[in-house]
Ligand binder design. Structure first.
Ligand code: AMP
Length: 392
C-alpha cells in the first residue's frame, strides 16, 4: 500500500504533532491495567526525537463529550511517559502554542473540545500551529473523521507513524495484496454487527469459515432447528444473500457441520456433540463440533493467508472454547512452520487468541477495534486516506 512514511519526512529541527492512542484502560484506583497502547506509541516518539524533532502528543481519552472533565484528564500519563521515554514531559492545554518549548509535550484530552469530533477547522488550525508536520500513529482512531485523527492534514503535511506503518503494511499483506489462497475466519455473536464485513469478505476471499453465534443464523436460514441458540431469525434473508454473493464470487463458505449443544450458557453446562439436525428445543449451540474443527484445520492447511475476526464459540466459558483454541493454536503452528501469514483483530479476537496461547505466534494482531472492522468491511478510513498520495 502506498502511503507517506516517516522516512519520507524532513524531521530535524521540526516539531511533529503526533496523534497517538493513549485511551488506556484504568482500574478503579486510577492505575493503568494494560499499557499496550502506550508502548505502541514509544518507537515513533523515540524515532522522532532521535531524528532531531520535538514532539507534541495528541490523544483522546474516554468520552468527555466536548467539555473538560477533570477525571478524564490525560495528566496521569506524565509520570508514565517520563519513565518510558527517559525525558521530561510537559503538559499543555494545546491552545496556547507559546508554552511548547519542551522536547516532548503531552496535550490535554482532545475530546475536551466539542470541535474535535465535528472536524472543526478552527480547532484544526489551533492544533496545526503547535507544529510543522502531522504524524498519524493511531490506527485505532483512524476510522473517525475527527480533527486529531484526520482533520489536521488540511493544515500540515501528514505522515504515518511507525505503529500505523506496521499496521497498514500487515493489513495490506492480508487483504490488499495477499498470498493466495486466503481464508477468512469470522465468528462472534451476531450477524447484524458484521453484515458489511461478511459481504465484503466474500467478494475478496477464497474461503470463509463462519462460526460462533452468527453461524446459527446461517444454519437456521438453511432450515436447521437451532433450539434456543443465539440466532437472528429475522436475518435469514441476509444470510442467504451473503451465501449467494459468496457463490457468485467463488468464495467457499465453511459452516459448522456438527456442533456442541448445551442446556445453559454456563461453564461446564451439560452438553453433547451432535449433528445439525439433532439440536433439541431446550438446547443451545455454544461451539463448533470436532468434525467442523477438522474441516477448518484442513482449510488452514490449504491457505497461505489467514484473516481472523471473532471467536468460533462461547470461548469465555469452558469447554466451549475448544474449537477457537484448537483452530487458533493450529494456525499459530502453521505460521511458525509453514510460512502461513495470519492476521487477526477486532473486538474479542485478541482476548480469544491470547486465551488460546496463540497470539504471539500470529504474524500480526491488531489491537484496533472499530477501525479494524471497518477496514475488513472495505471502508475508506479517514485517518488513513490522508496519508495517501504525494504532497503538493
Ligand atoms: P463479537 O463481539 O461479535 O466478536 O462476539 C464475541 C462474543 O460472541 C463472545 O462473547 C462469545 O461468547 C460470543 N459467542 C460466540 N459464539 C457463541 C454462541 N454459539 N452462542 C452465544 N454466544 C457466542
Amino acid at each position: 500500500m502506498h502511503f507517506r512514511r516517516l522516512e519520507d519526512a524532513e524531521l530535524s529541527n521540526t516539531t511533529a504533532v503526533v496523534r497517538v492512542d493513549f485511551n488506556v484502560p484504568r482500574r478503579e484506583n486510577g492505575s493503568i491495567s494494560d499499557d499496550t497502547r502506550i508502548d505502541a506509541a514509544i518507537p515513533t516518539i523515540k524515532f522522532l526525537r532521535e531524528a532531531g524533532a520535538k514532539v507534541v502528543l495528541l490523544s483522546h481519552f474516554g468520552r468527555p463529550k466536548g467539555e473538560p472533565k477533570p477525571e478524564l484528564s490525560l495528566s496521569f500519563l506524565i509520570p508514565v511517559l517520563r519513565q518510558k521515554l527517559g525525558e521530561d514531559i510537559s503538559f499543555s492545554d494545546g491552545i496556547n502554542a507559546t508554552d511548547l518549548n519542551a522536547p516532548i509535550t503531552l496535550v490535554e484530552n482532545t475530546r475536551f473540545h466539542a470541535g474535535e469530533t465535528k472536524g472543526d477547522e478552527d480547532l484544526a488550525r489551533q492544533w496545526a500551529a503547535l507544529g510543522d508536520i502531522y504524524v498519524q500513529d493511531a490506527f485505532s482512531a483512524s476510522h473517525r473523521d475527527h480533527v486529531s485523527s484526520a482533520g489536521l492534514a488540511k493544515f500540515l503535511p501528514a505522515f504515518a507513524g511507525l505503529a500505523m506503518e506496521r499496521e497498514l503494511d500487515h493489513l495490506a499483506q492480508a487483504l490488499e495484496n495477499p498470498k493466495q489462497p486466503v481464508l477468512g475466519v469470522v465468528g462472534g455473536a451476531k450477524v447484524s454487527t458484521k453484515i458489511d464485513l461478511l459481504s465484503n469478505l466474500v467478494t475478496k476471499l477464497d474461503m470463509l469459515a463462519i462460526g460462533g453465534g452468527m453461524a446459527n443464523t446461517f444454519l437456521a436460514a438453511q432450515g436447521f432447528d437451532v433450539g434456543k441458540s443465539l440466532c437472528e431469525h429475522d436475518l435469514a434473508g441476509t444470510a442467504k444473500d451473503i451465501m449467494k454473493a459468496a457463490a457468485d464470487s467463488g468464495c467457499q463458505i465453511l459452516l459448522p457441520i456438527d456442533v456442541v449443544a448445551a442446556t445453559d450458557f454456563a461453564a461446564n453446562a451439560p452438553h453433547r456433540v451432535c449433528g445439525l439436525d439433532q439440536v433439541a428445543a431446550h438446547e443451545m449451540i455454544l461451539d463448533a463440533g470436532p468434525e467442523t474443527v477438522e474441516g477448518l484445520l484442513d482449510a488452514i492447511d490449504r491457505a497461505r493467508t489467514l484473516i481472523w475476526n471473532g471467536p468460533l464459540g462461547a470461548f469465555e466459558i469452558t469447554p466451549f472454547d475448544t474449537s477457537t483454541v484448537e483452530a487458533a493454536q493450529y494456525a499459530g503452528k502453521r505460521v511458525k512452520n509453514n510460512g502461513l501469514i495470519a492476521v487477526a483483530g477486532g473486538g474479542d479476537t485478541v482476548a480469544a487468541l491470547k486465551h488460546a496461547g496463540a497470539a504471539d505466534n500470529f504474524t500480526f494482531i491488531s489491537t484496533a477495534g472499530g477501525a479494524f472492522l471497518e477496514w475488513m468491511e472495505g471502508k475508506a478510513l479517514p485517518g488513513v486516506e490522508i496519508l495517501r498520495g504525494d504532497l503538493s
